[in-house]
Design a binder for this molecule. Structure first.
Ligand code: 3EB
Length: 337
């Protein structure tokens, strides 16, 4: 049994004993303080907005005890056949990578290590990946940094004999002001069902206009655990087909994102074993590029998803310069076993 909890402050986090049941999570916000949790935690240093403005810890709690480990430079925990891990690599450590940019080399190395860990743990199926790195729209080595990341990621999938299309994980790739490449992931012993969006071309089939290598992710992943299933909706942007729509208009982009999320949730529901998932019940992370757009985006989401919707707003950069926001969502349902 897994449960996703979002908590406001270290004081509200479980004590050391209960912490054994925390699989892992993320710290979001500027200054999480000196608190360093015993579980793998991805640090996302970015301004938050709204009621959660000071920072928060998100945790995946497990009813089964967790086993902890540190290998391949990855902090990880597993509970039964589910594993959560976090890896951080400094690009400076990859500056001698020859023709290839340090970010590309670091990305390939991070994924290669993840695949080695998962093979060793016999939990080879990557369900969801959270990718963060500095200056995502910046250019070096003649290529935008997001596109450099895409080369390294795809190379690692191909080198790991995983293929870079079809059954690939749900993901997000988000730009922060600075910091190392930070990747968190969840994996399991059973493959998740990769879900695509009928309104969008699969990202792994994007034409070369968006970079020499396509991004390696699915629009959503539906993962099964004993008695449960998790729907991970990938970072979703105002993209129809493969094109950005509503450039310059955050409100219109937000409405398009909601239409995309509704479509991908519908597609997932054709595969789900539990009651249908609905957008209103999901936990959201909303990445907004410009602080000036926050109020309008928040108001629109409250109208569309309901005032009680579970939303965390993060000021961050999106992988295409013309995208003003990106939204990801997660939900867990009980199933008959
Ligand atoms: C898009 O749909 C927007 O490269 O892992 C969304 C989710 C996006 C994941 C990734 C990128 C990624 O192309 C960007």
């Amino acid at each position: 049994m897994l449960e996703l909890l979002t908590r406001l402050a270290p004081a509200e986090l479980p004590d050391a004993d209960a912490a054994e049941c925390i699989l892992g999570g993320a710290a979001l916000g500027w200054e999480p303080g000196d608190f360093v949790p015993p579980w793998p935690e991805q640090r996302i240093f970015a301004p938050l907005a709204g009621s959660t403005a000071t920072g928060l810890h998100e945790v995946w709690r497990s009813a089964d005890p967790c086993v902890a480990g540190h290998s391949e430079g990855i902090a990880w925990r597993r509970a039964g056949a589910v594993l959560y891990g976090v890896i951080e690599l400094a690009e400076a450590d990859f500056s001698g990578a020859g023709d290839c940019s340090p970010l590309q080399a670091a990305s390939q190395e991070a994924y290669a290590r993840i695949f080695r860990l998962l093979a060793a743990q016999r939990l080879p199926h990557l369900w969801r990946v959270w990718n963060y790195f500095a200056d995502i729209n910046g250019e070096s080595h003649g290529l935008e940094r997001y596109r450099q990341f895409n080369i390294g990621r795809q190379d690692a999938f191909l080198a790991g004999a995983r293929g870079a299309t079809g059954n690939v994980p749900a993901a997000c790739a988000i730009g922060l002001a600075d910091g190392p490449l930070r990747i968190a992931f969840m994996a399991g012993g059973q493959p998740a069902t990769a879900i695509e969006n009928p309104r969008q071309i699969s990202a792994y089939d994007y034409p070369a206009d968006y970079g020499p290598r396509s991004p390696t992710f699915s629009r959503a992943a539906l993962a099964s655990l004993p008695g449960q299933e998790i729907l991970f909706v990938s970072g979703t942007a105002s993209i129809v087909g493969h094109r950005t729509v509503h450039a310059g208009d955050a409100a219109a982009q937000c409405r398009e994102v909601l239409a995309n999320i509704a479509a991908v949730v519908d597609a997932a529901n054709r595969h789900c074993r539990s009651a249908a998932f609905t957008p209103g019940e999901m936990s959201y992370r909303v990445y907004v590029r410009h602080a000036a757009d926050l109020d309008r985006v928040a108001a629109l989401l409250a109208t569309q998803l309901g005032a009680a919707a579970d939303l965390v707003f993060v000021l961050a950069d999106i992988c295409r310069a013309d995208l003003l926001l990106e939204i990801e969502a997660t939900a867990i349902h009980a199933t008959a076993r």
